[in-house]
Design a protein around this ligand. Structure first.
Ligand code: MG
Ligand code: ZN
Length: 227
């Protein structure tokens, strides 16, 4: 029993060290990075496509796409105009910092302003494996139901921003926004939230403005740190 616990702690420890070294690489290349997490079908790839389409004329974007088997999502990101690298986890249900370190070798990070990592669709273990990104971001979607913060507290507790997608479906699904947001507030007080619809693009503009500000602030911070 205790050996098993120690093995798990070692795995998490190695991941933490690799995450820290990934962060150093990101900062050396002055690239702002996000780890996008969600359950399957919440809209990760759709949000990435829209973000690329809105921003690729202003900043250079790369995507690392984690999936169990296919390269469908990376293909969509590449079609939208980003440099995209696929990681197939071969059945694994989350990305870890070592996989990211490996994928980074395929990117010329110095030419990238924003790196979006699309994690495997899963609300449980991605929360336990930090990748070294500057921000961890969760997408919730209204058809999943309003009880998810209560059922997956570790995920909701550990993120830096929350997208609430598919608000266009609110009239058709059982989703009490107040109950949902009370749960979020309990776990992660003051968490920045972006209600939106990738389908109608309602609310998208605030997210785009936020991302641009994050990229710019990151570049300013690194300039100050280096002087
Ligand atoms: Mg996807
Ligand atoms: Zn997993």
């Amino acid at each position: 029993m205790s050996t098993r616990i120690e093995v798990i702690e070692d795995i998490l420890d190695v991941n933490k060290q690799k995450a820290a070294s990934n962060r150093e690489i990101f900062d050396q290349s002055s690239v702002f990075t996000i780890n996008l997490m969600a359950s399957p079908g919440a809209g990760k790839t759709s949000l990435i496509e829209l973000t690329i389409k809105q921003l690729s004329h202003r900043i250079s974007i790369a995507v690392i796409d984690g999936d169990i088997a296919t390269s469908l999502d990376a293909d969509r990101a590449a079609a939208a105009g980003a440099k995209a690298v696929q990681i197939n986890t071969g059945g694994g249900c989350h990305l870890d910092a070592m996989m990211i370190e490996h994928a980074l070798k395929e990117l010329s990070l110095n030419e990238v302003d924003l790196l979006i990592i699309e994690n495997v669709g899963n609300l449980i273990c991605p929360a336990g494996f930090p990748l070294g990104t500057h921000k961890n971001i969760l997408i919730a979607s209204t058809p999943e139901g309003d009880d998810k913060p209560y059922k997956y507290p570790t995920m909701y507790n550990g993120v830096d921003a929350l997208i609430i997608n598919k608000i266009d479906l609110l009239p058709y699904v059982s989703f009490n926004m107040d109950y949902f947001r009370q749960g979020v507030e309990l776990l992660n007080p003051g968490l920045e939230a972006f209600p939106m619809s990738c389908q109608t693009q309602e609310g998208l503009e605030l997210w785009i403005q936020w991302i641009i500000a994050q990229v710019e602030n990151n570049q300013k911070r690194l300039l100050i740190d280096n002087n």
